[in-house]
Design a binder for this molecule. Structure first.
Ligand SMILES: *Cc1c(COP(=O)(O)O)cnc(C)c1O
Length: 423
């Protein structure tokens, strides 16, 4: 696939240019867990890496590969690796860069599940995460120590749709030899490609917009080609690896991160994507721009409707001129501010609950990025395992409702919201 083809052409064609054996038009589903060797010598050469080829689906599968190459093309990255979920993609990436004693600096305004993974589960492995206000650049810089291995943020924060200024955050990281990883789930490569703005690694919960139809769990990591060679922060990449023929991963150049992620971390932790889910995600990606374009249009109309409604206290959507993130939205997300945001219903959680329980088209679902419009009450669900202070730091209150706008007729969505707000 030529690099200069347009986004929509890559969306439909990248990663698969036909199959000599079958002439299948669509990328075939290779529902197999292993691949036969021609003979003992062939098997030996594959295991020694003197020949390349398929061995076992935990390490590689042609359907997963079509998806990986398509996402690499859409993000303009070096290489990608698919995982069984977004969280698997994140966790595996973290342990690819960090061992016990190492540190990560992360935005505090991120998905509640990510806060738990990083703040509790990684901590139990002695990988310490410092959470900072993403808008406070000196906080990012002050959190750096000799042990810092990674900066992490979501470009559009879940749930409040705050925008991280990733060019500035990336500059600070790079001054200290640290890579920046951006969770691009809420923007998708259609709205913004973080690698073009200084990010080094992009991660997606493909469960959301990339597959787009609420059917599969999937995650993917895209490598932007950070150089680990002779960087004193990364002995994991610069010392010969005892579990892999003494290989020095930093010597592999631009794809060092993803090669180590596949060869060691996927090999050992095994969170591979089911080929069927890769097949479904490929199909979702083929209509990505059309879905996001429509959903963004709907989201802006709904945000304006809510902002004008007397029962709504605030709307946190960077597409609104009233948003303090409006300038960053114009810079990073000129095609649309995304489809996920929050608004605060006046009053306590009971009033928010009555509103949500009165919706009919819009369902109450702990998911986002579906073609169906969905709402959720973060304080009692997606962010419920956070402390009162963490909720406050994340700007989530009792009346906060998160909405993920879909592609339905916007008049029907606004009608549904209007009726429920009246209740
Ligand atoms: C859902 C989500 C995740 C986790 O992805 P799963 O596929 O549910 O494991 C990570 N980051 C963001 C921003 C998400 O919305």
């Amino acid at each position: 696939m030529q690099k200069n083809y347009g986004f929509e052409t890559k969306m439909v064609h990248a990663g698969y240019d036909g199959d000599e054996a079958t002439h299948s038009v669509t990328p075939p589903l290779y529902q197999t867990n292993a691949y036969y060797f021609d003979d003992v010598e062939h098997a030996k050469s594959l295991f020694e890496l003197s020949k390349s080829g398929n061995i076992y689906t935990r390490l590689m599968n042609p359907t997963n590969n079509f998806l990986e190459e398509r996402i690499t093309a859409l993000e303009d990255g070096v290489a990608s690796l698919a995982f069984s979920s977004g969280h698997a993609a994140m966790f595996n990436s973290f342990v690819n860069l960090c061992q016990a004693g190492d540190e990560i600096v992360s935005s505090a305004n991120i998905y509640g599940g990510a806060i738990n993974m990083m703040g509790v589960s990684l901590k139990r492995l002695c990988i310490n995460v410092k959470f900072v206000d993403p808008d406070d650049f000196s906080a990012w810089e002050n959190a750096i120590t000799d042990k810092t291995r990674l900066f992490f943020t979501e470009l559009i924060g879940n749930p409040n749709a705050n925008i991280s200024d990733i060019e500035k955050i990336g500059e600070i990281a790079h001054r200290h030899g640290i890579p920046l990883m951006v969770d691009g789930t809420l923007n998708t490569p259609y709205l913004c490609r973080p690698l073009e703005h200084g990010a080094d690694i992009v991660v997606h919960s493909a469960t959301k917009f990339l597959s787009g139809h609420g059917q599969v769990m999937a995650g993917i990591v895209v490598d932007g080609g950070f150089d680990y060679k002779n960087n004193p922060r990364f002995p994991l990449f610069n010392e010969p690896d005892v579990s892999y023929h003494g290989i020095v991963f930093a010597d592999l150049g631009k794809a060092a991160f993803i090669m180590r992620l596949r060869a060691l971390i996927m090999r050992d932790l095994g969170s591979c994507l089911a080929p069927f889910n890769a097949f479904m995600t490929l199909q979702g990606v083929e209509t990505l721009s059309l879905r996001i374009e429509r959903a963004c249009e709907n989201a802006l109309k709904i945000a304006k409707f809510l902002e004008a409604h007397p029962e709504v206290e605030t709307v946190n959507y960077s597409g609104l001129e009233s948003s303090k993130y409006n300038a960053l939205q114009k810079k990073y997300l000129p095609k649309g501010a995304g489809t996920v945001f929050t608004f605060n219903i006046k009053g306590d959680r009971n009033r928010a609950a009555r509103f949500m329980d009165s919706l009919t088209i819009i369902r109450n679902v702990a998911n986002l990025g579906d073609i169906r419009t969905q709402v959720v009450h973060p304080a009692t669900t997606t962010h419920s395992q956070l402390s009162a202070k963490q909720l406050n730091d994340s700007h989530i209150c009792e009346g906060t409702v998160r909405i993920s706008v879909g592609i339905e007729s916007v008049e029907d969505l606004i009608g549904d919201l209007e009726k429920a707000l009246a209740v």
